[in-house]
Design a protein around this ligand. Structure first.
Ligand code: GAP
Length: 587
């Protein structure tokens, strides 16, 4: 069976998601709302499994990460400190004719003939002298450009008799025109992506608040309290799963770019490299591959590599093999204002290879910002550093002091702190380092739940074509989810629904398994159709109770058939060992 072509595949995935209740439009009966998606019964289970596995691997399975569940609406000054109020925007352009809005950086470059107009003459003899232009793809008739131009002037109240001053030139790779109708677009303007609301009954400026555009800032804002209550010491992390909201200009590619979505973020706090060197004598840098268990002499680059590899290992453990992921190291000009380095983990979605997760080194930007904005200290005291510093020789002290000082000065200057104040603060910070104080640096693996679900659905999607004895072929879908994430783990089926003894036994098997896994009981239709339904839902195992279970062949009494989703093979298992058998397979 040839692989479906990418656009076809996307259509098939969207349609399967709706038909089987994985994902469908929010507010469907009202025609939907752009950029918002609901997860149906299977989708909700899939999402829950993914979040639970992430949570387990990030915090429950480790000693050095604690969890947090913060509110979506937070103090609005948080977003000033983080830079979101001033810089969290996308360049936006509008079509001058239809008013349709585009993200300027997502417009495909176009070439063709550009028709300029100086204005239009009205039937009553009046004139509108407003310049306008239309880009026409090669091979299209000039009348199409004129029609668009006429509409433009008529929208502005002119009953057009004649277009004025038509001039033509060739253009290459322009992004100034609407790809759908050739109309000139407005100049790009910054559009802030945060959703605004008001807290309390008065809709005034001082009551403005925002729906969080990332979960990360709550972690930074509550860093000190979590550090204290969890009795952690740097290096350690705080993780959170939760909703985030961005008023995306063009939500698209199904759930890939939504306006409401969920993030799974870890902020992992580490010592600055100067502190590591003071304590350990040198800073270990990473080689290639996983650097192994964390070591005290790791600098930020080793920690960054570590978390990148941990994230790839997580994806592998839930059914996205390493070969399906690509690393993209952002170029300096692409980095967010806070980032020293960001590596995007990309997945090959049907619409292109795109970001699934970003692993960023955020330096000490965020904690420093919250310290400056609140006046509350965000630094930590590190006894080990204080002791080590006292033993350093003078040249090394000088060098580490200077390096820390210069980094702080660079940050303060970049944030617009006046020169004299910046110099004074940077000196105080470097003096603080010598006494064992610093603001921790951060490594941040930040994943989108919805994008991951879309990647898992894409990866799982497969088709089989089967031909029956009459030569009739039928193509059906098997969702080959990794058993760990599969929405339903086990389908339980009596061979026939009208035989009470089969049904009673099947119900008993369902009750045996239900406390341990999500189980779906199905007695409707032929057994083949029931298997096919479970294949489409991605259920990795089906257990069938037949007459042999009841002792038709005495040697098979109290055995059941376990059917494997991916190859349809079947195995006979004693009921007494069924739970353990499935537990082993579903670990
Ligand atoms: N705290 C860092 C941060 O938020 P980001 O790259 O803007 O970084 C992190 O977002 C992840 O959140 C992305 O890799 C993606 O998986 C997910 N994400 C971001 N915007 C999204 C959107 N509009 N729809 C769905 N997922 C989104």
């Amino acid at each position: 069976m040839p692989e479906p072509k990418a656009p076809d595949l996307m259509e098939k995935i969207v349609s399967l998601c709706k038909r089987r209740g994985f994902i469908f439009q929010s507010s469907e009966i009202y025609g939907g709302i752009n950029g918002f998606w609901d997860y149906g019964p299977l989708g909700a289970e899939l999402k829950r499994h993914v979040k639970e596995l992430w949570w387990r691997s990030m915090t429950q399975a480790r000693d050095d990460v604690s969890g947090l569940e913060a509110t979506i609406i937070m103090h609005p000054r948080i977003w000033e400190a983080s830079g979101h109020t001033s810089t969290f925007s996308d360049p936006m352009v509008d079509c001058l004719l239809t008013k349709k809005r585009f993200r300027a950086d997502q417009i495909e470059p176009q070439s063709g003939s550009l028709f300029h107009y100086a204005g239009a003459m009205a039937e009553d003899g009046g004139q509108l002298t407003q310049a306008y232009s239309v880009l026409l793809a090669d091979g299209k008739h000039v009348d199409s450009a004129r029609k668009v131009a006429r509409q433009f002037y008529e929208q502005r109240g002119v009953k057009v008799k004649e277009l004025l001053g038509e001039k033509v030139e060739k253009v290459q790779n322009s992004t100034r025109y609407n790809p759908e109708n050739g109309s000139l677009l407005t100049e790009a303007r910054a559009f802030n992506l945060m959703f605004k609301t008001y807290v309390g009954p008065v809709e005034s400026e001082e009551n403005v608040a925002y729906l969080r555009p990332e979960t990360a800032q709550a972690i930074f804002a509550q860093f000190k309290i979590v550090l204290e209550v969890s009795r952690q010491k740097v290096p350690f992390g705080i993780c959170q799963i939760g909703k985030a909201f961005r008023n995306e200009i063009n939500p698209r590619n199904f759930t890939f770019r939504s306006r409401e979505f969920e993030q799974m973020e870890l902020e992992f706090f580490i010592k600055p490299d100067e502190a590591v060197e003071a304590i350990c004598g040198s800073v270990a840098r990473p080689g290639t591959g996983h650097p192994g268990a964390p070591q005290p002499n790791w600098g930020w680059e080793a920690w960054h590599r570590y978390w990148l590899e941990e994230r790839v290992a997580f994806y592998e453990s839930i059914g996205l093999p390493r070969a399906t992921l690509e690393e993209y190291w952002q170029k300096p000009e692409e980095l967010a204002h806070y980032a020293k380095t960001t590596v995007d983990l990309l997945y090959k979605f049907p619409f292109g290879t795109q970001e699934l997760e970003g692993v960023a080194a955020r330096g000490d930007f965020d904690l420093s910002q919250h310290e400056r904005f609140t006046g509350k200290p965000m630094g930590v005291f590190d006894e080990e550093l204080r002791t080590a510093w006292a033993k350093l020789d003078e040249p090394r002290r000088q060098r580490l002091w200077q390096s820390y000082h210069d980094n702080r000065l660079r940050y303060l200057t970049k944030m617009g702190v006046a020169e004299e104040a910046a110099r004074r603060e940077a000196k105080e910070d470097a003096d603080g380092l010598a006494k064992g104080q610093y603001i921790p640096h951060v490594i941040e693996p930040s994943a989108g739940v919805d994008r991951l679900i879309l990647a898992l659905v894409t990866q799982a999607y497969s088709e089989v074509t089967e031909t029956d004895e009459k030569g009739k072929s039928d193509t059906r879908v098997i969702m080959k989810f990794h058993p760990r994430v599969a929405p339903v783990k086990v389908g339980v089926m009596p061979l026939l629904r009208n035989r009470p003894e089969l049904v009673a036994k099947a119900v008993a098997v369902r009750e045996l398994l239900r406390p341990h896994f999500s189980v779906f009981y199905d007695d409707g239709g032929s057994i083949g159709r029931r298997y096919a339904r479970q294949d489409e839902a991605g259920t990795p195992f089906c257990v069938t109770i037949d007459f042999e279970t009841l002792g038709e062949k005495p040697e098979l009494l109290d055995t059941v058939t376990v059917r494997y989703r991916d190859d349809g093979k079947q195995e006979r298992i004693p009921l007494s060992g069924l739970l353990a058998f499935l537990q082993e397979k579903l670990r």
